[in-house]
Design a protein around this ligand. Sequence first.
Ligand code: 13P
Length: 251
Amino acid sequence: MRKNIVAGNWKMNKNLQEGIALAKELNEVLSADKPNCDVVICTPFIHLASVTPIVNSEIIGVGAENCADKVSGAYTGEVSAEMVASTGAQYVILGHSERRAYYHETVEILEEKVKLALANNLKPIFCIGEVLEEREANKQNEVVAAQLASVFSLSAEDFSKVILAYEPVWAIGTGKTATPEQAQEIHAYIRSLVADKYGKEVAENTSILYGGSCKPSNAKELFANPDVDGGLIGGASLKAADFKGIIDAFK
Ligand code: 13P
C-alpha cells in the first residue's frame, strides 16, 4: 500500500547553523516519539551534507528543493542530481510552483530534472497545482493534467518512485487552505489520471501529498481523506513543534 508522508520544504529559510539546530531538534523529538508516517525534510542545498549525518535515516529522510536539468559541466551556480545524492539525500522536490513562476521551469525542463533525479536514485516529490485565476475559471483539472506530462513520459517502474504533491498556488503561504472536500476531489482526479496512464495498481500505490497552508490545526481533517496521503509543508516545517503537530495528525 502507499505510504503516508509528511515532508517539509524549508524554501530559502535558515542559515546553516539554524538549519542544523532545527534538524537536531526534530531528530530528538521524533526519536523520542516515533512518527506513524514517513517524514522528510527538504533543505537548501548547502544544508544537505551537514543535515544527513545528524538525522536518523530510519525516521527522517532528507531531500533537496531542486536540482539541475543538466548532468554536469559549465552551468555556473547549478547543482546536479548526482551532487545532491552524494550528500546522502534521498529526495528532491521538483516542479514547485515558485520554481515554475520565478525561474520559468517548463514541463520540458522538469521532465529532464525528473529523469536525472531518478537516474541518481533520488525520489522526486513532484509538485503540481493551479493558480487562483485557474481555480476561479474551474480549470484546475486541466492544469494539473498538463503539468503531469513531465512525469507521464516515465516507465511505470520509474513512475512508481515518484511522490506527487498537489499544491494549489492560492493556498501557499496565504493562510488560505483548500477545504478537505476540495483537496479530496482533486486528489481523486489526479489518482484517476495515474490509473488511466499506468493502471489501477500503480495509482493505488502512488502517494499524493497536499500542500498549502497546512498546519497542526487543519492537518488531521485534510489527511483523513482517502486520497490525501500526507502533506508538503512550508512555513509550519520551520518550527519543530508545528511540524511535529502535523506529523502527529497520523497518530
Ligand atoms: P506553506 O505551507 O507555507 O503554505 O507552503 C506550502 C508549500 O509551498 C510547500 O512546498
